[in-house]
Design a protein around this ligand. Structure first.
Ligand code: ZN
Length: 476
């Protein structure tokens, strides 16, 4: 492996500090908009490394930004640090064993995500200082990726203004340049109001909000046949109106997630779902209050940046896992089904390899599997500027996303190697952009062609605020 370019040496110089940061954040799992301790760790590390720090970015107390450098283009490196509820788990063991406490855990590896992103930003800052070249680097600590769409709110508030290109990554089972595939997604609440009455003595006087929710769900289930294949619609009951069957339920509420391949498709589908809700209200003599809680745009790819990152990856080679890393990953794989492992390869498009518990190869840029299509708030950033994402292997192949196995692998030596690798992929790509004006111009032209004439409009309406959470007293 020719792992010796100056920018990668700068990453290696700092790796221990950032592995420790990642481990600390792993140990303080905080869910969407409650990341007060995690953001404090990130802000402190930014100051320690000499960044100028902006807190409370876009009015979000758990968002932070650090900037360094002068003049030139501005490269943003995006990090995250939110955890997931219900995924508490001891580190380094291959059996489910929650840690007593909140029940939260880093089941998506965002402890690694934020630390590697800031590690890359720090190496870029050092490189700018050493070379004296014009250019600026910004690290954005973005909270609430899991269901909170913080980057979309930050995008709407102009937090990314002035940035020329954005780079990020996600922990993964495979080492590759991420394929830009995600769905635009809206979370919308439907609150029905009717009239309660005695369900036996005076049912004719009641107007059931629960009936309205049920009819809405039935209506949407019929709508499914007539939407594009790539669309997804799912719902969860927020309020079923109470537990008494002898009361006509006067209030009931349901939350929908409405996903579509692109922004326009999502906005169209949102309207169709709203019409179904209005129909349900009409059928039941109730009223409905409809509000968007959050939304994210689909991801836009960027071929010049993806190719530049792939060139970095090819020079870098695979993550240098050793026999011990593989031995633990083999234990984790023993907790998975054969189907989990098959599925991981299918999603990535790489033929299955036996005796390969960890990804000890790199995936080529033109390998296309059947990616698992979810949604991410990186989508909104990708509509504003050329954006590219890396995947670096930090977990055993087949590990399901959002699982106790991800939490269990969040502090392993393999995870640390994967995060350093990701930092090198990101920092190397940023240096290419800072040194090569033609690359930046090509990335911008590609971006412009994808955005087309439709200027980006944040899918979250201007009057919707992020669901900020109060600072816990002990952390104040
Ligand atoms: Zn994630």
């Amino acid at each position: 492996m020719q792992n010796s370019e100056p920018i990668w040496d700068l990453v290696d110089e700092h790796r221990k500090e950032f592995e420790a940061l990642s481990d600390r954040v792993w140990g303080m799992p905080e869910i969407a908009y409650t990341e007060y301790a995690s953001v404090a760790e990130h802000a402190a590390m930014l100051r320690e490394q000499g960044f100028s720090v902006t807190e409370n970015v876009a009015g979000i107390p758990t968002a932070v930004m650090g900037e360094a450098g002068e003049g030139g283009p501005i490269i943003a490196i995006l990090g995250e640090y939110d955890a997931l509820p219900g995924l508490s788990q001891e580190a380094g063991i291959a059996e489910p064993k929650p840690i007593p406490g909140t029940g939260h855990g880093h089941g998506c590896g965002h402890n690694l995500l934020g630390s590697a992103a800031m590690l890359a930003a720090t190496a870029i800052k050092d490189w700018l200082e050493k070379t004296g070249k014009p250019g600026r680097v910004r690290y954005y600590g973005c909270p609430a990726e899991e269901g909170g769409a913080a980057k979309s709110f930050m995008a709407r508030e102009g937090a990314f203004d002035g940035v020329d290109a954005a780079i990020t990554w996600h922990p993964s089972a495979f080492t590759e340049v991420a394929k830009a595939q995600s769905l635009a997604n809206t979370r919308m609440d439907f609150k029905f109001t009717g009239r309660s009455s005695h369900a036996a003595a005076a049912p004719h006087l009641g107007r059931s909000a629960l009936d309205a929710v049920e009819l809405m769900n039935v209506g949407v289930n019929y709508l499914r046949e007539h939407v594009p294949d790539s669309s997804r619609i799912h719902y969860a009951m927020l309020d079923s109106g109470g537990i008494a069957p002898n009361v006509v339920q006067a209030k009931s509420a349901v939350r929908y997630a409405i996903r579509s391949r692109d922004l326009k498709g999502m906005l169209d589908l949102n309207e169709r779902v709203k019409q179904v809700a209005l129909g349900a209200a009409m059928m039941t003599g109730t009223t409905v209050d409809i509000s968007i809680m959050s939304a994210v745009s689909n991801l836009l790819g960027n071929r010049p940046l993806e190719e530049a990152m792939q060139r970095n990856l090819e020079r870098l080679g695979p993550v240098p896992f050793d026999a011990e890393d593989k031995a633990f990953a083999t234990k984790i794989q023993a907790t998975l089904s054969d189907e989990d492992i098959d599925n991981a390869y299918l999603r990535t498009g790489v033929p299955r390899r036996e005796d390969t518990p960890l990804c000890d190869f790199i995936v080529s840029l033109d390998t296309h599997g059947e990616p698992m299509i979810g949604s991410t708030d990186v989508g909104d950033v990708s509509w504003l500027m050329p954006t590219v994402q890396a995947h670096a292997a930090t977990i055993a192949i087949g590990t399901p996303g959002h699982s106790w196995q991800v939490t269990a692998q969040g502090k392993t030596p393999a995870a640390h190697k994967g995060m350093t690798h990701a930092a090198k992929m990101m920092a190397g790509t940023a240096i290419d952009l800072l040194e090569d004006a033609d690359l930046l111009a090509a990335a911008k032209a590609d971006h412009q062609a994808r955005v087309g004439k439709t200027a980006y409009v944040c899918p979250i309406p201007a009057d919707v605020q992020p669901p900020l959470q109060p600072r816990p007293k002990e952390a104040a």
